[in-house]
Design a protein. Structure first.
Ligand code: ZN
Length: 153
């Protein structure tokens, strides 16, 4: 097993055992649900956005391990960031997962999120990893539901 693959599996396991920001925000002012019919992932995001800042974010759902780890890491990464910075991460994560961005050679702000770079070799799991990000984008656009079966996929 390569180091990258081992790190990936450790991160997935860690975030499934102890998902960060799991739950529903009582004082949310943005929310969206996401569906990935291919795998059966269903995720609900709630956020409190003040001005241009993401003050708080939480997720809940019935998902596979990859989707849950991605959602958990996403909430930790975008909390207290600006909406614009979060949109940059959404774009970079999608590009990484679909192979448009090579995180070894290209500039990006993904940090530890780049453990998901290996998902591009597992086409059936790309949508699992990207669903939370797609749902976050829907919440920013005031669309209340997102699916991996439309739009930019
Ligand atoms: Zn899945």
């Amino acid at each position: 097993m390569t180091d990258a693959r081992q790190l990936y599996q450790e991160v997935i396991m860690d975030h499934n055992k102890k998902p960060r920001n799991y739950g529903v925000l009582a004082d949310a002012n943005r929310s969206a649900e996401g569906h990935n019919p291919l795998c059966g992932d269903h995720i609900r995001l709630s956020l409190r956005v003040e001005g241009d800042a993401i003050r708080d974010i939480a997720f809940q759902g019935e998902t596979c391990a990859i989707c849950k780890a991605s959602a958990s890491m996403m909430t930790a990464a975008v909390k207290s960031k600006s909406v614009a910075d979060a949109e940059t991460l959404i774009q970079e994560f999608r590009d990484m997962a679909t192979g448009k961005l090579d995180t070894h050679t290209g500039a990006h702000h993904l940090g530890r999120l780049n453990v998901f770079a290996g998902v591009r070799e597992l086409p059936s799991r790309v949508k699992c990893a990207v669903l939370p990000w797609h749902t976050l984008h829907a919440a920013f656009c005031n669309e209340h539901s997102a699916t991996t079966e439309t739009g930019e996929f």
